[in-house]
Ligand binder design. Structure first.
Ligand code: ACM
Length: 683
């Protein structure tokens, strides 16, 4: 059993399991995310009064820069100043950092990332085998900083921390919508804050090729609409990431999802390719590369060789997903080739293609990664599999001897709440039945943000703060899975992430202000906060994808998970589970009253506003939810019964409120439903 230790400042008690943590006030927990593998919170604090003198020994230059960033970040988070120390001053160090070794020239998946941190009233001591561990320890210190009665403090703690998985990633698609360099850099800052260590950049797809090739410049000239990273920018990105303990994995998706290649080189397509970039199709599959054409391998050898030199990481992702066999099956020359080479079907043809690719990738000194479609028995074992279609593929791959990572369950573009992704575990399901040796091949996972519906304006809001919860799954012991504790900490980590320059909260506010226009913002907000984007692939199924469509609607502005709605639903749980909790009941009542009144306040502005017209369909149902919830609450408080007719009418309101419109859904219905279900009926 995994144990972690938590002691409040005022009492000493040890929590044996996270279940017990639910019984404590979460306000007493430090807002650490990911939760460390071992933490002992002692009494006392270290004051963050200045100056903050730091001594570093044994580490490489990255730690000097990391401490500079630590000072800057602490200054932002506290609003205080933690400037460079005066070299002449003779104070004792309050923070000493020691690394037992310097890091590898290219960060490796096997590098030790553990650290030990000891804080008491006299100062903080951080020890790590490598600079990576020391940088993680600095992030822990930042998250520990909190207000005390006399100013900013760090609680006295002893932390021994090591990640559960070595591969803790975030994949960002920059093809469907391009993300500028500074945005990727701020995502890396956010990743480092929560101890993620791999940024996988999906650099090519049907909608664009996003990196400069000097070997094949037609790729960016004809297939990027001018939106691509120069090679200098990539070098800057790689260096920026290295400074923060993050590896960059490039992905060039072939032979499917490859219209950008065939726009530049039409002769390499398996069928007549699109004469231009495809901006409005995703589900309709486009012609893949022609695996029978030797020129394909020559181009891939040239470009992959160039990219292998540009991206220093040991791993190189070739995609390999979702190849529609129809183009290969209907092509006469491809069918003839398959016959000659004894390839029985499209899978066998792709396996042959992947073997050729593996030779190219290996020749350029890299290990090949592909999505789980590349997994066939003949695939050489040095390839790595990224599972997106389900955890079963992960277990199968590990059993067969492949290194693997899990992305199924971590598709954050599907708009599920943090709690959903948080509880997906790479070692659960079929993987739980693997031998320890096989389980070791499961290196971790990656959250995946596909970019059909994100732009630089709302990307942070799509990625954060939910990815911090995923980061905890990859780092912390498997037993750390208390959802209430996670949300309590996530709320504060979300604030911290904004101080890192991420805009997940501020962009939503800005976009909602734009949508409100001249209508009163607070009235629009009352309604908007009850709404969430539809989940899974519903948007794409009901509205045709077009990458050039403006993403400026309520669905684009609103967080995948409404914090206000989640709080309301949770408040109802509290009010119902404990009739003595009068504060919870009072707060539920206030919220319901606000909803009940809001429709009348909003209606006068609707006729003149296109965006308000898109959500007014929810306005009456939300007001009705307010009324129904209040009636249920009144009945509960007065201990009266409702008639069967009244109860049925309440259920009808709930049913109406569950309908989806404008790619949105009401997120507070579950809480109101619980109030209605608690109604006592006449017999
Ligand atoms: C994928 O989602 N097609 C990897």
């Amino acid at each position: 059993m995994n144990r972690f230790f938590l002691r409040s400042r005022f009492q000493t008690f040890i929590l044996l399991t996270p279940v017990l943590a639910a019984a404590t006030s979460f306000a007493e927990q430090p807002s650490l995310m990911p939760w460390p593998s071992q933490i002992d919170i002692k009494s006392g604090t270290m004051s963050l009064a200045h100056p903050l003198r730091v001594e570093i020994s044994g580490c490489d230059a990255r730690l000097v820069h990391a401490v500079d960033r630590f000072r800057a970040q602490l200054s932002l988070q506290t609003g205080d100043h933690y400037r460079h120390q005066d070299p002449e001053a003779n104070e004792n160090a309050v923070l000493t950092i020691h690394c037992s070794s310097q890091g590898l020239p290219v960060q490796s998946v096997s590098e030790d990332e553990s650290y030990a941190l000891e804080v008491d009233a006299g100062g903080a001591k951080l020890d790590a085998p490598t600079p990576l561990g020391a940088m993680h320890g600095l992030q822990t210190l930042l998250q520990l900083a909190e207000w005390g009665p006399g100013g900013w403090d760090i609680p006295a703690v002893r932390v021994q921390d090591t990640p559960r998985f070595a591969w803790r990633g975030l994949m960002i698609d920059v093809s469907r919508h391009f993300m500028p360099l500074d945005q990727l850099e701020r995502e890396i800052d956010g990743m480092a804050a929560v101890k993620l260590n791999v940024l996988h950049v999906h650099l090519s797809d049907d909608q664009g090729f996003r990196v400069e090739s000097k070997k094949a410049p037609k790729l960016q000239l004809l297939a990027s609409e001018g939106m691509f990273y120069t090679q200098d920018q990539i070098r800057e990105l790689v260096a920026f990431a290295r400074e923060r303990g993050v590896r960059i994995i490039p992905e060039f998706d072939v032979p499917g999802h490859s219209t950008c290649w065939t726009v530049a080189y039409p002769e390499l397509a398996s069928d007549t390719p699109s004469p231009r970039l495809v901006r409005n199709q995703t589900d309709q599959q486009l012609p893949p590369l022609d695996p029978t054409n030797e020129k394909v391998y020559k181009l891939l050898d040239d470009v992959f060789g160039e990219m292998a030199r540009l991206f220093p990481d040991a791993y190189f992702h070739i995609g390999g997903d979702e190849v529609d066999p129809k183009y290969w099956n209907k092509s006469e020359h491809i069918q003839a080739f398959m016959k000659t080479h004894d390839l029985k079907d499209a899978d066998a043809l792709q396996a042959m293609f992947n073997k050729r690719l593996l030779a190219i990738v290996t020749k350029h000194g890299k290990r090949m990664i592909g999505w789980d479609e590349i997994l066939v028995p003949e695939l050489p074992k040095e390839s790595m599999i990224q599972s997106w279609r389900g955890p079963k593929a992960l277990a199968v791959a590990a059993k067969q001897g492949f290194s693997t990572i899990l992305s199924a369950g971590y598709y954050i573009d599907l708009m599920y709440p943090a709690s959903y992704h948080y509880l997906v575990d790479p070692l659960a399901g079929d993987a739980a039945n693997l031998t320890p040796e096989e389980q070791k091949r499961i290196l971790g996972g990656e959250a995946a943000e596909w970019a059909e519906y994100i732009t630089p304006e709302n990307a942070d809001n799509r990625i954060w703060p939910r990815t911090a919860a995923v980061a905890e799954r990859y780092w912390s012991p498997a037993s750390v899975r208390d959802v209430d504790s996670m949300y309590a900490r996530l709320d504060r980590v979300s604030t911290e992430l904004e101080f890192f320059g991420l805009t997940h909260r501020s962009s939503q506010e800005r976009m909602l202000a734009r949508l409100a226009g001249s209508a009163p913002k607070d009235v629009v907000m009352v309604l908007a906060e009850t709404l969430e984007p539809v989940k899974e692939y519903e948007r794409g199924e009901t509205h045709e994808f077009d990458a050039d469509m403006p993403l400026n609607q309520f669905i684009d502005a609103l967080s995948p998970e409404s914090e206000a709605s989640r709080r309301f639903n949770r408040l109802v749980d509290r009010a119902l589970s404990n009739p003595q909790d009068l504060v919870a009941r009072r707060d539920v009542r206030r919220i319901l009253e606000r909803w009940r009144e809001n429709d009348a306040l909003l209606q006068p502005y609707v006729s003149a506003s296109w965006p308000l017209q898109s959500i007014v369909v929810f306005s009456t149902p939300v007001s009705q939810l307010g009324s129904v919830g209040l009636e249920a609450l009144d009945a509960m408080e007065d201990n009266v019964v409702v008639t069967a007719g009244e109860h049925a009418a309440h259920l009808d309101v709930l049913k109406t409120a569950e309908a989806h419109h404008s790619m949105l859904q009401i997120a507070v219905t579950p809480g109101v439903r619980k109030l209605v279900e608690a109604e006592k009926l006449t017999r």
